[in-house]
Write a protein that binds this ligand. Sequence first.
Ligand code: AFD
Ligand code: MN
Ligand code: MN
Length: 427
Amino acid sequence: MHIAGDLIDKHNRATAQARDDDFNALAEYLQRLGVDIQSLTAKAAQFGVAIPSWGVGTGGTRFARFPGIGEPRHVFDKLDDCGVIQQLTQATPTVSLHIPWDDADPSVLREQASSLGLGFDAMNSNTFQNQPDQAHSYKFGSLSHTDIATREQAIEHNIRCIEIGKALGSQALTVWVGDGSNFPGQTHMGQQFDRYLDAMKQVYAALPDHWQMFTEHKMYEPAFYSTVVQDWGSSYLIARELGPKASCLVDLGHHAPNVNIEMIVSRLARFGKLGGFHFNDSKYGDDDLDAGTIDPYRLFLVFNELVDIERQQGDAFKPAYMLDQSHNVTDPIESLMCSAMEVQRAFVQAMLVDREALAAYQADNDALMASQTLKQAFRTNVDPILQCARVQQGGAHDPISAYRESGYRTIVAKDRPQISGSGGGIV
Ligand code: AFD
Ligand code: MN
Ligand code: MN
């Protein structure tokens, strides 16, 4: 289901004058800095971040989940919701599926996605939960389990995700495992890592030539004493051992508080192993809050590195951008639209950094002016660029108001029964 085109047109017409005035004012300001607003707007329009299929459902904490109205019942409803996000923001052209949560006939999925103007991003495997018909439990791990039959089951599942992805036109597999330990001594950390690597090599062998494999690290949870893919160092080792099709995925929530994530970005990219991102925001850990809500400056600093790397490496540098969030108190569609726009904003702001000036300040060890150079870009309100990029492509000037005006949630709620119950669960 789509938002009516008339509604978007009306909304865009009502805001046209303000949009033009703001755009022209910003164009003038940027011209003084030697920046061409048109090419910046074209780049903003090309920017895309994938939506996680699981993000359109209301999330929860370990304690409870409070479902909203009109929650998606299955992957087809999820695709509809993703279609609305893309229609209004024009910044989310792809969806990332999680298997087996999103298991369905690939040809039907493909057909619906293309009718909504969506493609499929990286596939996500799930060996952190048991499925009802599963022979071996993942309670004590999956790809690194001590039992070979359990490892084989996890390998087969990942290979199945690749097969489904091939049928969908996806070109990547993201592997995140909950494997680790809760007690010192519970596992032999070296042997556990060896088992994981061995299993991943078998999954890697099943990758088509043009595919990529992303390994996603996480410092804790559900294992609390140690995790098999604990940090970017472990992730780098894995990607290096596996080969050129493997690279690291950085989830902004998977580090200790205050860790300098932009430096991790720089390091991994320097050695050709930065594969992709899961954007979100956090205060304490893997909070899965909306991107840019708590610390927009950090998001900007990450993009500052990405834009810098892109300048050095050119088109060869194409990390997979994806949101990975849990929306507990908001309408997930609204949160995902805001987040996509925040990520796009950080990208555009990072392109405003005067890199020649910055390089000169760095060479002179002028710490203050180097920092001010970044701040100046970060402080620039690039809303008019984002608004124009959206409207030019058929999106909405202000996606949130257009979405609220449409009454989409209430309309779909008629077909989607209210879910009761409040069992815990992060996803
Ligand atoms: C996890 C990881 C991983 C996983 C997702 C599932 O970030 O990306 O696929 O959440 O909800 O914390
Ligand atoms: Mn993630
Ligand atoms: Mn996470």
